[in-house]
Design a protein around this ligand. Structure first.
Ligand SMILES: NC(=O)c1ccc[n+]([C@@H]2O[C@H](COP(=O)([O-])OP(=O)(O)OC[C@H]3O[C@@H](n4cnc5c(N)ncnc54)[C@H](O)[C@@H]3O)[C@@H](O)[C@H]2O)c1
Length: 357
């Protein structure tokens, strides 16, 4: 097990991040009977880990356990209100213990509810997907989707503790592979050894069963926290570097009606964004070779986008919330592990997208 304490100057609170195996049992066992608590568990996760959660529920009778809706469709105002009600009914105080178990949807929803209830109650998260461990639960951003716009409302709020129990990665479904998109992103942006690490394995099963996964997850958390520490509230623009692949990736997700998984969309997004910058005359590193190598090892199918789809994305781009006076900030990989922000006109990106095949 590896532990690290991060303190952020802009916020007085510290967040502890723990990565290891068999941690959920250990942490919940340490909770004394005098502790007031509420445990919120994502429904899908609960159904696939009934035995473990039933054991917790029967052993810790002084803690409230509640199952909450947890697919992306549930990141809504109605579900946010339901969580506030659970916090209220459980008489949660600012120093009580609220825990969540779930992927990025649960971390966004519960994080938002806990940051606003009584202006902030102590939160401990157990992210249960690879994406949530290396990204969604790290850095204190949360939110809900309203008016059909993803993450339109949210806050920046640091949980007290995030516990990444790697045993949850063994769920055996393809969903867990989606977190690889973010790991690849960290490799390109900040540290090429992350890409080398991924190339040491021949399959996802091999990666998650190796003890080195602990170091890889912690390395990714460290890379993200280094950026978060310098720009917690996203005011200086430093945190925008994390958008690599996400400008086009989010448009791909939206244009597919959110049928295409996040990881695949951002992997394709990284390739398209790099191509656009290259065609606009920037000296970018060719990311596609590394990406195709990694997706073939891990059995991730890359979305094939036809001309009609790309034209639809170009239309969506014009309304992107990141546009500032007709310009959009993109991230350029100069060599693996090195990157910089570049501002380009939306008009030129739309033109390049329409030429993209
Ligand atoms: N706040 C941020 O910084 C940030 C960053 C990236 C992504 N996100 C958000 O994260 C969300 C996506 O998160 P996700 O990819 O983790 O998926 P998810 O949370 O939507 O979960 C997808 C499904 O997997 C199930 N599940 C979760 N853990 C499981 C496990 N161990 N075994 C079996 N099933 C399990 C869930 O029940 C759910 O049905 C999006 O809403 C995205 O906007 C937020």
């Amino acid at each position: 097990m590896k532990k690290k304490l991060y303190s952020i100057e802009e916020v007085t609170r510290k967040t502890e991040i723990v990565v290891g195996r068999n941690l959920a049992d250990q942490y919940l066992s340490e909770l004394g009977t005098q502790v007031k608590g509420l445990v919120l568990i994502g429904e899908g996760l609960f159904s696939s880990n009934k035995e473990q959660f039933s054991k917790f529920i029967s052993e810790k009778k002084w803690i409230d356990f509640k199952i909450i809706d947890d697919a992306e469709i549930n990141k809504r105002f109605r579900n946010y209100q339901s969580i506030l009600k659970l916090l209220h009914l459980s008489q949660i105080e600012r120093r009580s213990n609220v825990f969540y178990f779930g992927g990025g949807t649960v971390s966004d929803l519960v994080g938002f509810a806990c940051s606003t209830y009584k202006r902030g109650v102590a939160l401990t998260g157990f992210p249960t997907t690879l994406l949530a461990m290396v990204d969604a639960s790290i850095g204190g951003k949360n939110g809900i989707d309203i008016y059909g716009v993803k993450n339109l409302v949210g806050t920046f709020y640091l949980p007290v503790r995030i516990i990444c129990d790697l045993d949850y990665l063994n769920s055996g479904n393809d969903l867990q592979k989606q977190g690889l998109g973010e790991i690849v992103k960290y490799g390109f942006l900040f540290d090429s050894s992350v890409l080398d690490d991924l190339k040491n394995y021949r399959s996802f099963g091999e990666l998650i069963s190796d003890h080195e996964i602990e170091d890889l997850v912690l390395k990714c958390i460290d890379l993200k926290m280094n950026i978060v520490k310098s720009d917690f509230y996203e005011t200086s623009g430093i945190r925008q570097i994390l958008n690599f692949g996400h400008t086009i990736g989010h448009l791909i997700e939206a244009a597919s009606g959110y049928k295409l998984p996040h990881g695949q969309a951002i992997l394709r997004g990284m390739i398209i964004e790099s191509d656009i910058l290259k065609n606009l005359g920037h000296d970018t590193y060719e990311v596609s070779g590394d990406i195709y190598d990694i997706v073939s090892r891990y059995g991730i199918s890359m979305p094939v986008l036809d001309k009609v789809f790309i034209h639809r994305i170009a239309g969506y781009l014009k309304n992107d919330k990141k546009i500032n006076s007709g310009m959009i900030r993109m991230q350029m990989i100069t060599s693996p592990g090195k990157s910089e922000n570049v501002d380009v006109s939306v008009e030129s990106v739309v033109r390049m997208l329409k030429k993209w095949t």
